[in-house]
Design a protein around this ligand. Structure first.
Ligand SMILES: [Cu+2]
Length: 173
């Protein structure tokens, strides 16, 4: 039982990394026009957001670049393995994604939309952080045309309990 639980996150992570690489190559040409969008509502966020990612993760970089465009002060760190950081910050293994960020005591796991991070910093709930598990198509940094699959942003409480913080419905272009 224990060995099964231990191998599962590793397999999930390998899948995530494999899934990220093709989108990286394909989206390089389009990332320019996307980051050229104007964000009129973006007031500067004072707190620095530290982003931990593996060197070969393209969608992680796209997300971090969009965070900068959205007014966040971003510091990027390449790491060989994200597991120690996820463990330190209390990201539930079943709810992980391709990159892990930290801002004022909260973790931000995966492709979390930036308005949700702003809301978190405004509300300051008693929690560990926010996560978008996996890598949903159409989340920030995971754009594939105009399609968006439905996904949830989860708030992870200190006891490990999770609740839906925001829901993004499917968009069919
Ligand atoms: Cu990703």
């Amino acid at each position: 039982m224990i060995t099964k639980l231990n191998t599962l996150p590793v397999l999930a992570l390998a899948f995530l990394l494999a899934a990220c690489t093709p989108t990286d190559n394909g989206s390089e040409a389009t990332s320019q026009s996307q980051s050229g969008e104007r964000h009129n509502d973006s007031t500067v966020v004072e707190e620095t957001m530290t982003v931990y990612k593996t060197p070969w993760c393209g969608c992680c970089t796209l997300w971090a670049e969009q965070a900068i465009d959205a007014g966040f002060d971003v510091e990027m760190h390449d790491v060989e393995s994200l597991h120690p950081k996820k463990e330190e910050l209390g990201v539930p293994t079943a709810m992980g994604s391709c990159h892990t960020a930290k801002i004022t005591g909260y973790f931000i796991e995966g492709h979390v939309p930036f308005d949700d991070i702003r809301q978190l910093l405004d509300e300051r709930p008693d929690a560990r952080g926010l996560t978008v598990p996996g890598m949903p198509i159409g989340s920030p940094g995971m754009e594939q045309g105009d399609y968006r699959q439905a996904y949830n942003v989860y708030l992870v409480r200190h006891d490990g309990e999770t609740e839906v913080y925001n829901h993004y419905p499917e968009i069919q272009p």
